[in-house]
Design a protein around this ligand. Structure first.
Ligand code: 9MG
Length: 290
């Protein structure tokens, strides 16, 4: 069942990302994180060289990844801003090399319209925007393409977002944000079939708020769109368990499984092999939940 569903997806990936296809998917896709920044919170600098980045692409493919998410600007709290020229210089040559040499879907993690536009030109399969297309020109770029887009919720800005985040109703406030961004997309000409939603774990949320969100991910189902969940190695795991970044695998896998049980359709992770294994175990047991 697990593999059959994936095979169906690959027939037409863009169509597959529409909610119609996702709703028939019993297991989520695994999105592997490839940060090509010198300062990301988990693997900062490790894949900043072209050769190391390509080796990591091959490793993730061997490990069973479905989508590779390339990021050229760190979004961790306090990260240095990157210029458009620098981000383009990091992302575009790597995207070209991957698209030339590998048969794998690529998502580009960016909030800059120019990076979105050039990435789409070079064959990017998804745009992943932690600012939900709110930056100048982004809606327009997506409207002129047929590429799916992930809209993430963030309260505040990366530099300050963890300073006492507050919600009057956590799920309701985030849902309201999604409704407004979906509306903005539709008005710009982006059909909601192309939209993936992400509550943005760790982006302006306390530890308790992050776990409430994880436990209640299904509450976004009534929006009728696919959900992406990204908890891998984040502080919500490190702070709860008092574990350093490289000691968060067990916590990351547990959150991935909970997200899958809550119907998330894409799980964004650093540890692809382990997540694929964990999801296979979940899949076989789900067959017998009747
Ligand atoms: C870029 N990035 C970092 N964390 C993320 C998350 O949780 N979701 C998405 N969509 N992107 C993220």
């Amino acid at each position: 069942m697990y593999f059959l569903n994936k095979l169906n997806l690959y027939k037409d990936f863009k169509m597959a990302l529409t909610n119609k296809y996702f709703s028939s998917l019993t297991q989520p896709l695994v999105m592997g994180i490839l940060n090509i920044t010198p300062d990301s919170f988990s693997d900062g600098g490790k894949f900043a060289s072209f050769d190391n980045a390509l080796k990591q692409v091959q490793k993730m493919i061997d490990d069973g990844v479905d989508i590779i998410d390339i990021g050229g600007e760190s979004t961790r709290p306090g990260a240095v801003e990157v210029s458009e020229a620098d981000e383009l210089a990091r992302v575009i040559p790597l995207l070209k090399a991957i698209k030339t040499n590998y048969d794998i879907k690529v998502s580009i993690d960016t909030s800059k319209a120019a990076v979105m536009a050039q990435s789409i030109e070079q064959g990017a399969d998804i745009i992943n925007d932690v600012r939900a297309l709110q930056n100048e020109g982004c809606l327009n770029v997506l409207a002129n393409s047929d590429v799916p887009v992930c809209l993430m919720h963030m309260q505040g800005l990366p530099r300050t977002m963890q300073n006492n985040p507050q919600y009057s109703d956590l799920i309701g406030d985030i849902k309201q944000f999604f409704i407004e961004r979906i509306e903005a997309c539709e008005q710009a000409g982006i059909n909601q079939n192309r939209i993936i939603l992400d509550p943005g774990f760790g982006f302006g949320k306390t530890l308790e708020q992050n776990y409430q969100l994880l436990a209640q991910l299904h509450k976004f189902d009534d929006l009728g769109l696919s959900i992406l969940s990204g908890t891998s190695r984040k502080s919500m795991i490190g702070n709860l368990l008092e574990r350093k970044v490289d000691e968060r695998l067990a916590g990351s896998l547990t959150t991935a499984i909970i997200a899958a049980q809550q119907q998330a359709k894409i799980i964004r992770v650093h540890d692809v092999k382990e997540t694929v294994d964990a999801l296979k175990v979940l899949a076989i047991t789900q067959k017998y939940q009747y």
